[in-house]
Design a protein around this ligand. Structure first.
Ligand code: PMP
Length: 425
């Protein structure tokens, strides 16, 4: 990749990013949709992969592909080295401490299930959750950070308590203080809400929960690609993220955890590669992270995910964050000027998306009319149905931004929404 991609002298934006140059690294963006240039504004669902990520995976497939750990032959050793190197790259990328370890997963959903199920799967002798214990989950969560906790509560007799947001969709430290007690065993929260863009004060909340003796869980799916403190600076026992939301491959991701916390988890996947010894009636499990990675992992995906982390580091998270903030501010200003439109979390800091409802117009109609203009957005509940029900405004239209989006695309979004409102009213 050319380092000119973030060379301020080529910059068209005050943020130091040159989206035009960056876009040349994303072939998928260069196509017409319904006769218009594609404006891809569905990045909170999935970002696109740049050529360096595609190339890293192709290179692995063409030259090094073999199963890891089991072979003495050269290709297996190279594949093992590539997998280990990917783990090291990603640990550095998230700023893990020396006590933190990274487990490869298929994404955020699997990582969160690994935690929520792993805390009781081992049976009553091992279980972290017992009848009468409490699990606190924020009310901003994607279903992936709610349903596994509902299940864990059902299976263990623990009680699920929700840290409800106020009418503006904000959660407050004082409310968490009121909920937390010596019964709290788990606290789980998102670093950025995928449905509204709200950024909760998760740093202070994790610290509060940790001080109360709970295990703390952070869903970083919507933050890891552009904004997030180093994990070593957070009171976070477990952190989950997905590759496809950070310019990496689909079906990849990770669970990063304090080693001692990961050791509490009973593995979801029992079988090959996660054992030290096996007899017909018993087995000794390997140390973490291997113990939690049963079966053949997605080595090509891990290589691609590490290349995505390198790509982000090369551009610079601060540059990406500033560029996205600028686009979001433009979108917020333009959309707020439209009559009858209500934006969620207009003042959220570091948000990468705008989510809105319009009086008497269904979001699917807006999304369809935008698609007619080549503009890709997402409409619906964004896998956060309880939050939408709580806020009482129904499904939303969501436009979400990435480093390759441009001011022109945001202008097209605003014009497209204005046009949709004219047509639908
Ligand atoms: N949490 C959040 C905040 C998300 O935005 C998403 C994806 N929309 C997930 C979890 C689930 O991620 P995945 O589908 O990659 O497992």
């Amino acid at each position: 990749m050319s380092s000119a991609a973030n060379n301020p002298s080529n910059s068209t934006a005050a943020t130091g990013l040159n989206p035009g140059l960056l876009r040349s690294l994303f072939p998928v963006l260069h196509q017409q949709v319904k006769g218009q240039p594609l404006a891809y504004l569905d990045n909170a669902a999935t970002t696109q992969t740049p050529l360096p990520v595609q190339q890293a995976m192709l290179d692995f497939e063409q030259h090094h592909r073999a199963n890891i750990h089991r072979g003495v032959h050269l290709l297996s050793q190279r594949a093992t080295d590539a997998f280990d190197a990917a783990r090291a790259t990603l640990k550095a990328f998230v700023g893990a401490s020396s006590q933190q370890e990274l487990v490869f997963t298929t994404g955020t959903t699997e990582a969160l299930n690994m935690v929520a199920q792993g805390l009781w799967l081992g049976g009553s002798g091992h279980a972290w959750l017992r009848p009468g214990d409490e699990i606190i989950v924020s009310g901003l969560e994607h279903h992936a950070n709610l349903i596994p906790w509902q299940h864990a509560a059902r299976m263990t007799g623990a009680k699920l308590r929700i840290l409800l947001p106020d009418a503006q969709g904000q959660v407050h430290l004082a409310d968490l203080q009121a909920l937390i007690s010596d019964k709290t065993r788990v606290f789980a929260i998102t670093a950025a809400a995928n449905a509204t863009g709200e950024r909760p004060p998760y740093e202070a909340m994790l610290t509060l929960a940790k001080q109360a003796g709970a295990l703390t869980v952070l869903d970083a799916a919507q933050a890891v690609g552009h904004t997030m403190p180093a994990l070593a600076d957070l009171d976070c026992d477990f952190c989950a993220f997905s590759g496809h939301k950070m310019y990496g491959p689909m079906g990849t991701g990770a669970l990063v955890g304090q080693r001692a916390a990961l050791e509490r988890l009973y593995p979801l996947r029992l079988g090959g590669d996660m054992v030290e010894w096996v007899e017909y009636d018993s087995a000794g499990y390997a140390a973490v992270p291997t113990r939690l990675e049963g079966g053949t992992p997605n080595v090509t995906g891990a290589v691609g995910l590490a290349a995505a982390a390198d790509f982000i580091e090369h551009i610079g998270r601060a540059h990406i964050d500033a560029h996205i903030a600028q686009l979001r501010a433009q979108a917020v200003a333009g959309l707020q000027a439209l009559e009858g439109l209500t934006l969620y979390a207009p003042h959220a800091s570091h948000a990468a998306l705008v989510s809105f409802v319009v009086d008497d117009v269904h979001p699917h109609d807006i999304g369809t009319l935008l698609d007619e203009r080549g503009i890709a957005v997402r409409t619906g509940h964004h896998c956060a149905e309880p939050l939408h029900n709580h806020l009482g405004k129904g499904p939303t239209t969501r436009a979400s931004f990435a480093l390759y989006n441009t001011e022109d695309e945001v202008r097209r979004l605003i014009d497209g929404v204005a046009h949709a409102l004219q047509v639908m009213r």
